[in-house]
Design a protein around this ligand. Structure first.
Ligand SMILES: [Zn+2]
Length: 416
């Protein structure tokens, strides 16, 4: 985590700016490592002890920090100071609309999941309105828990499968849902009494979750491929999401890997998604619609059959791993990242994918002999995008801690 300390300033608005920046400096310093005393924060940041004490007081007041035990490593003679750690009272709500499920989670700033719920439901067969009603009900369940446990909600964000205009909160196009131009942020906000709601692409948020609490912690440059029915990716460059000019970048699922292949929901032909998504793998393995409906969870059914040695499923997975290797090697050639993360349904299916992907990166990436790009497997399962939706808010709390007070009031007034 990197940050710059704010310099000296004289006018009162400059002083407010400096103080706010320093609140972020202190909070990020404590978030970035083990609990530590005020004295250690002062020596680590170069701020005076008096300034640190005052900033810490404000952060405790905002429920962002708490005191815990004593810092035995303060390195000073005499009584060790009380150690500070992130408080677990400030939380964020993550929501997710996927093609075949809805999800909600509540995660606190310290990284604990306080509440999580997945509901399997085929949203392809539904108009947006009823789906968003169900999502809002899940959000209300989360808000009830937050109220019951006297937690402080810092905000709500929704992960969506498709092209998202994050600024306007609109889902522009979700080929696998058959939805277009849905103002999801406004729709959810109005169902929750006007609370502010943010939205983002599911694969971007899955990458954010991996960077925040997952297998990509501490990595500044990586590609997270997130597959469920569709296939997307989130690309981290220099410690932040690469979004392209319009926020539409990293649509790995729609790069062409089989010219002349099968038609894709997007209108093109031979996209990676026609070979690698859970539906594509099931279809190529000859698993019929009835079987998929009976199984409910297609990924679990694929794992079950692969473990039993089902030849058609294993052949389909081999085809998927070859296509995925080609797609990821192209992306690594472009972006020179340290790792690729296999997420979503690719996590449980990783035992049948990783070797081929690793081989493709070794053979097809020009710099493979010098850089070495790791293949990591997500541990979130279906939970990555919804965890990322919570992380979107929690990350902004670390960057701008003073906004917590305003946000929590807006959320409380909206929901009550
Ligand atoms: Zn496509």
């Amino acid at each position: 985590m990197s940050f710059e300390r704010a310099g000296n300033a004289h006018s009162s608005s400059d002083q407010t700016t400096v103080r706010r920046a320093n609140l972020g400096v202190v909070l990020q310093q404590i978030a970035g490592g083990e609990p530590r005393s005020r004295a250690r924060v002062a020596s680590d940041t170069g701020l005076t002890r008096g300034t640190v004490s005052s900033l810490v007081g404000e952060l405790i007041e905002l429920d962002l920090l708490r005191e815990t035990g004593e810092d035995q490593r303060s390195g000073r003679a005499g009584r060790p100071g009380l150690a500070l750690e992130l408080s677990d009272r400030v939380v964020a709500v993550g929501l997710e609309v996927n093609v075949d499920y809805l999800a909600v989670c509540v995660e606190d700033l310290a990284g604990n999941v306080r509440y999580q719920k997945h509901v399997h439901t085929d949203n392809r067969r539904s108009a947006p309105g009823p789906v968003l009603n169900r999502l809002a009900r899940l959000a209300r369940g989360a808000e009830e828990l937050i109220a019951a446990e006297s937690l402080v909600s810092a905000g709500i964000a929704v992960a969506l499968p498709g092209l998202v205009a994050a600024e306007s909160g609109t889902l522009l196009r979700a080929p696998n849902l058959g939805w277009s131009d849905i103002a999801v942020a406004d729709e959810i906000s109005s169902r929750l009494g006007g609370v502010p709601v943010r939205v983002d692409n599911e694969a971007n948020l899955a990458a954010l979750a991996e960077h925040w609490q997952g297998v990509a912690r501490g990595l500044d440059n990586f590609i997270c491929v997130f597959a469920e029915v569709g296939v997307g990716a989130g690309i981290f460059i220099g410690g932040d999401l690469f979004r392209g000019s319009h926020g539409f970048g990293a649509e790995l699922g729609h790069i062409t890997v089989a010219p002349g292949g099968l038609p894709c929901q997007c209108g093109a032909v031979g996209c990676l998604e026609t070979i690698v998504g859970q539906e594509a793998i099931a279809r190529r393995a000859g698993i019929c619609e009835d079987d998929k409906r009976r199984a409910r969870n297609v990924t679990r059914e694929l794992v079950r059959r692969a473990e039993q040695g089902d030849a058609a499923v294993i052949a389909s997975l081999a085809e998927a791993s070859r296509a995925l290797g080609i797609g990821l090697a192209s992306a690594v050639n472009l972006f020179d990242v340290d790792a690729v993360v296999l997420g979503g349904c690719l996590g449980p299916l990783a035992p049948w994918l990783v070797a081929d992907v690793r081989e493709a990166l070794g053979v097809r990436v020009l710099s493979a002999g010098w850089s070495g790009c790791e293949v990591l497997v997500s541990e979130f399962g279906e939970g990555a995008a919804v965890r990322g939706a919570a992380a979107l808010t929690l990350r902004s709390v670390l960057a701008e801690p003073w906004l917590v007070a305003e946000r929590s009031v807006a959320v409380r007034e909206g929901v009550s």
